[in-house]
Design a protein around this ligand. Structure first.
Ligand code: NAG
Ligand code: NAG
Ligand code: NAG
Ligand code: NAG
Length: 309
């Protein structure tokens, strides 16, 4: 059946001449693995991207030892509920994708999430954003491409080049599903490359939610992106220089959508940065205050699957 479906898909794809599909490895993985599974196999996760996993899990029997009648004391208004957070939207949880990883099948997942949460926020960036640079054209119509491997990045991710297509893809996705975007301004050095800010504002308009200024700067020294001395004070100085460069750039009409400081709270505790006056100094440029936390759950996920989240 899988084979038939795969053939059918191939036939459909070849009939639709206007569609170009790059690197659909997940299709291959799914069919190869499903073909080797036997009917006697008990349900278990199939080694493929979650979007293509056809496993149906049997729900466990509901616990029988629960009280089915109980009294809940609910306040008539939220005014008397102690310690309530500010109201959160369905898009409170979002995705973070390295620039080089944006893939078309992701759209299906977004559609599913939109049905439940109303919309999504996606951040495009990470270690790759700091060395990314804009080019006018990449052969074959690709939106991103990579240089040869670069040991400067902790993940050994090579520098990514991107074209306007990166933002066109984002804009196209947002024209289909309710998605807002965060991009990151490269900060591997302070010869500011502001094309990400220029092009994302021009192409994405109000779908652009913010621009990250620095990605885990407290690791810049450790990752050898900076030489000593490099501490919260130096980062604050660089942030100032970036704010100035944006002020002076006529192709970046919205000046106050920066996101920072995105500390990993590794080498620097947030207080170390606050003591430089960062928050007060940049309150007119900052739209969002962020911290980054690499969750234990992700490590667990990586250790127990062959997937990189
Ligand atoms: C509300 O927050 C305060 C301060 O963090 C804490 O002491 C208190 O226990 C909290 N109250 C409730 C009902 O959680
Ligand atoms: C409390 O309720 C009011 C009225 O429904 C609403 O506007 C407000 O956002 C709520 N606040 C929180 C923190 O949920
Ligand atoms: C920063 O990244 C750009 C683009 O990848 C590169 O041309 C430049 O040499 C890098 N700067 C440093 C100091 O490594
Ligand atoms: C979709 O992308 C194409 C270029 O690939 C662009 O010309 C078009 O304007 C985009 N559409 C939307 C709605 O953003």
């Amino acid at each position: 059946m899988m084979l038939l479906l795969a053939l059918l898909q191939t036939a459909l794809l070849s009939a639709a001449r206007a569609v170009t599909v790059y690197g659909q490895i997940p299709f291959g993985q799914t069919s190869a693995l499903s073909a080797t599974a036997t009917a006697t196999d008990s349900p278990r996760p199939v080694q493929t991207l979650a979007a293509y996993d056809e496993t149906i899990l049997d729900p466990p029997i509901p616990p029988q030892d629960q009280a089915l009648t109980f009294t809940l004391h609910l306040s008539a208004t939220n005014a008397t509920v102690p310690n309530l957070s500010i109201m959160q939207h369905g898009s409170f949880y979002g995705f973070s994708i390295e620039i080089s990883y944006l893939q078309v099948p992701f759209l299906n997942l977004l559609g599913q999430i939109q049905q439940r949460a109303g919309g999504m926020h996606i951040r495009i960036g990470g270690n790759t954003q700091d060395f990314a640079y804009h080019v006018d054209h990449i052969d074959g119509g690709y939106a991103t491409s990579k240089e040869t491997k670069d040991a400067r990045n902790p993940t050994l991710t090579p520098a990514v080049m991107y074209t306007d297509e990166l933002f066109n893809i984002a804009a196209n996705i947002s024209s289909l599903v309710n998605v807002g975007w965060y991009f990151g301004i490269p900060m591997n050095d302070t010869n500011w490359r502001l094309q990400i800010a220029e092009r994302s504002q021009a192409i994405l308009g109000e779908r652009l939610l913010g621009l990250q200024a620095g990605n885990e700067p407290d690791y810049y020294l450790g990752h050898r992106h900076r030489i000593e001395p490099y501490d919260a004070y130096e980062y604050t100085e660089e942030f100032d220089s970036l704010v100035q460069a944006i002020q002076d750039n006529r192709n970046i009409p919205i000046k106050n959508m920066l996101i920072g400081p995105s500390l990993a709270a590794g080498p620097w505790l947030p207080e170390r940065l606050w003591s430089t006056g960062y928050l007060d100094k940049f309150k007119d440029s900052l739209k969002i205050i962020t911290m980054e936390q690499y969750d234990e759950l992700i490590r667990y996920f990586e250790a127990h699957t062959n997937l990189k989240p």
